[in-house]
Design a protein around this ligand. Structure first.
Ligand SMILES: Cc1cc2nc3c(=O)[nH]c(=O)nc-3n(C[C@H](O)[C@H](O)[C@H](O)COP(=O)(O)OP(=O)(O)OC[C@H]3O[C@@H](n4cnc5c(N)ncnc54)[C@H](O)[C@@H]3O)c2cc1C
Length: 383
């Protein structure tokens, strides 16, 4: 029997790839190895699970056993890979077992960035980047009245909106002047802030936390302007960093992510990377739509038809029901200007280039109904 294709990871990148592969190739042995439970769940649901009143069990859509039988795969849960030998085409499990592979796919995800906070409460700052984190966060919410959220990006705003469903007051802190400042022009960001504020979120913009101290009940956060905010719990949502350590130790080329070509192949033969850990054409895009494109392309390549990944325009729906928001940011470095139309029930912001072409957009409130029509006018992200 030939050696298997081994996928490390059991997140959306790993399982989307496994599913796409099985559509094209039902025979090649497939092994999925994950240091977590390896159940299938949708990570985006973690930031609106409180409103949906979902238990941890309900969030797991399929157990590792069900996935193994559906995919005709061997699934090793709670199994961490500690080393890759690219020349010998083997991986080492942390109990010392060595497994050979035909092809290896790294679907390792990304780690939450931790701010360099001082104070004796810094270690108690939580982040939610997987189901186990969410289980801890959700258990810690018992009896909590206020949560300080570090970061007013997508994840910070979504958790803020979601906490309202539990009657908990979120206080969102961010050094920028408006939420989602890297994705929205000022007028749109200010509308988002106003709508979330109306719903019960408090924003403290233009400040960052420098220290978190444990106090008798909860935490005291010292901010960059010298003021103090107290909260029962602190959640950090300041961004992600691709998990590259395993690949770096194996000698693979690393930049912001594990560097792969358009066929998702790393600098080593027979090793590929997909999802939040991968950097494709200079882009690390920690979202579901790029993962789907990568999974389809890599499945075809692994099934014998070398295929490059292409990205269409990929708008992101922000899960803030208090203020429906969709963003399709222009490419980094794109030249152009925001043209913003403001109405009582929504905002349409177009990022337009010198030839009057649409390069990106942001839609707020009722304007989100234009999402599909405007997405069709956008250039693809990767042709
Ligand atoms: C709260 C939240 C909300 C989000 N909402 C949206 C949204 O609305 N829309 C959207 O497009 N995107 C959203 N995202 C982003 C999206 O969920 C991610 O891009 C996607 O889930 C990443 O999948 P992944 O498989 O690359 O990584 P992960 O799901 O992180 O999976 C990584 C896997 O690797 C395993 N692993 C890591 N190291 C090892 C090792 N050494 N040995 C064995 N196993 C290992 C882990 O156990 C895990 O199974 C959200 C993210 C978060 C955190």
């Amino acid at each position: 029997m030939s050696h298997p294709i081994i996928i490390i990871g059991s997140g959306l990148a790993a399982y989307n790839l496994a599913r796409e592969l099985r559509k094209l190739d039902t025979a090649t042995p497939l092994t999925v190895i994950s240091r977590d439970h390896a159940g299938f769940y949708s990570k985006p649901m973690l930031s609106n699970a409180l409103a949906g009143n979902k238990s941890i069990q309900q969030l797991v859509m399929k157990s590792a056993e069900t996935m193994a039988s559906e995919l005709n795969a061997t699934i090793l849960a709670h199994t961490e890979i500690s080393a890759i030998d690219a020349a010998a085409q083997t991986v080492t499990i942390n109990d010392g077992r060595v497994l050979p592979y035909r092809d290896l796919v790294l679907a390792l995800g990304a780690d939450p960035i931790r701010l360099p906070l001082s104070g004796n409460g810094a270690a108690g700052v939580m982040s939610v980047n997987d189901l186990d984190d969410f289980a801890k966060f959700s258990a810690a919410l018992e009896g909590v009245k206020t949560v300080a959220i570090l970061g007013a990006g997508l994840i910070g705003c979504e958790f803020a909106n979601d906490l309202l469903a539990r009657g908990i007051k979120p206080v969102v802190l961010d050094p920028s002047n408006w939420p989602l400042s890297r994705l929205l022009p000022a007028e749109a960001g200010e509308r988002l802030a106003a709508k979330l504020t109306e719903a019960g979120v408090e924003f403290k913009m233009g400040v960052s936390a420098s220290a978190v101290d444990a106090i008798e009940q909860g935490y005291a956060l010292t901010l960059s302007d010298g003021s103090i905010v107290t909260a029962d719990l602190v959640l950090s949502a300041v961004g992600l960093r691709s998990r590259t350590q395993l690949a770096a130790a194996a000698g693979l080329t690393i930049n912001r992510g594990i560097v792969v070509d358009r066929q998702l192949q790393s600098s080593a033969a027979h090793i590929y990377a997909v999802g939040d850990c991968a950097e494709v054409a200079g882009l690390t895009l920690p979202f579901v739509l790029p993962i789907m494109q990568q999974a389809r392309a890599l499945a075809a390549t692994l099934a014998g038809t070398p295929t490059v990944v292409k990205y269409p325009a990929m708008p992101v729906v922000v899960k803030t029901p208090a203020c429906p928001t969709v963003v399709a940011p222009p490419a980094i470095g794109a030249e152009g200007d925001w043209q913003v139309e403001i109405a009582d029930d929504g905002i349409t912001a177009r990022f337009v280039g010198s030839a009057d072409e649409l390069l990106g957009f942001a839609l707020i409130g009722a304007a989100t109904s234009q999402r599909q029509a405007m997405a069709q006018q956008l250039p693809p992200v990767l042709v």
